[in-house]
Design a protein around this ligand. Structure first.
Ligand SMILES: Nc1ncnc2c1ncn2[C@@H]1O[C@H](COP(=O)(O)OP(=O)(O)OP(=O)(O)O)[C@@H](O)[C@H]1O
Length: 263
């Protein structure tokens, strides 16, 4: 299927973001297609997290258009609010409320759903806990009682609370040991396949790109420099892309994937 024929669930056009005089994005275009895992990469400070925050409406751009499921994210009111249960966001450290247990954290977004009784909320939260591979008892723990990997799984469970169609993940494997990171990659891939999720994934992790991403978008020079498969990236004539995708770490990640050791 050509890119023009694919169903873009996120469509960004002419995006400009800036903080004071510091322009982060300028004339940035990006499509994210239904059901894909898109890896967003780029050097430090190229605006990957700002892009995620802008698409999810947490930050207001200076110019441009953003549509998610055909809805103008920058619009106001009920139409824009209708998107809230169609996407979930997982921030780097899980961004959990420290005074709430894991189960209560997962229930937070559910409280916005009218008519959802507390016992149903609790059952649904327990279901999400098991979906992300946490033990049942983790529901009663506070974030400070969890390992880094468990906190990320709890953050993912909360992002899945309302059965979203898109999940945004900001560096999901950052800070995890290689085995924990590979397990998290596998979890994302399995959830994406079983739930038909579209995944917008900001990462520095080459192993993640090789193991689970269908397509990659490289941020550079304030815009999306290139999108494509890993094979496409190897052909790109740009100093950062060359260094990133041809370096020793990329070769090691490719070798691991080729021998199937990411599981
Ligand atoms: N709230 C803010 N106020 C001012 N500047 C900001 C703010 N948030 C981000 N920036 C700036 O915007 C630029 C892009 O930041 P962003 O966090 O998106 O980069 P990134 O590509 O995700 O980086 P990294 O890979 O290091 O996490 C940086 O120069 C950062 O300092």
């Amino acid at each position: 299927m050509s890119e023009a024929e694919r169903d873009a669930v996120i469509r960004v056009r002419g995006l400009k973001t800036q903080f004071g005089s510091h322009v982060v994005h300028e004339d940035l275009d990006l499509d994210v297609y239904r059901g894909e895992i898109l890896g967003v990469v780029g050097g430090s400070g190229t605006g990957k997290s700002v892009l995620l925050r802008t698409i999810t409406g947490l930050q207001t751009p200076a110019a441009g258009e953003i549509e998610v499921f055909g809805v103008d994210v920058l619009g106001r009111g009920a139409v824009r609010d209708s998107l809230d249960d169609r996407w979930g966001v997982m921030f780097q450290d899980g961004a959990l409320f420290s005074s709430l247990t894991v189960r209560e954290n997962i229930e937070v977004p559910m409280k916005a759903v009218p008519g959802l009784a507390p016992d149903i909320r609790r059952e649904l939260a327990d279901l999400k806990i098991s979906m992300v591979g946490l033990p049942y008892l983790a529901g009663d723990l506070y974030p400070s009682e969890l390992s880094g990997g468990m906190r990320k799984r709890a953050g993912l469970a909360r992002a899945l609370a309302l059965d979203p169609e898109i999940v945004f993940l900001d560096e999901p494997t950052a800070g995890l040991d290689p085995i924990g990171a590979a397990a998290f990659d596998t979890l994302i891939r399995n959830l994406s396949q079983s739930l038909g999720l579209t995944v917008f994934l900001v990462t520095h992790d080459l192993d993640t790109l090789y193991a689970i991403c269908d397509r990659i978008a490289v941020l550079s020079e304030r815009r999306v420099l290139v999108t494509g498969s890993l094979a496409d990236m190897l052909e790109v004539d740009d100093p950062w892309v060359r260094e990133y995708f041809h370096g020793p770490r990329a070769r090691a990640a490719f070798a691991d994937t080729a021998t199937g050791t990411e599981d």
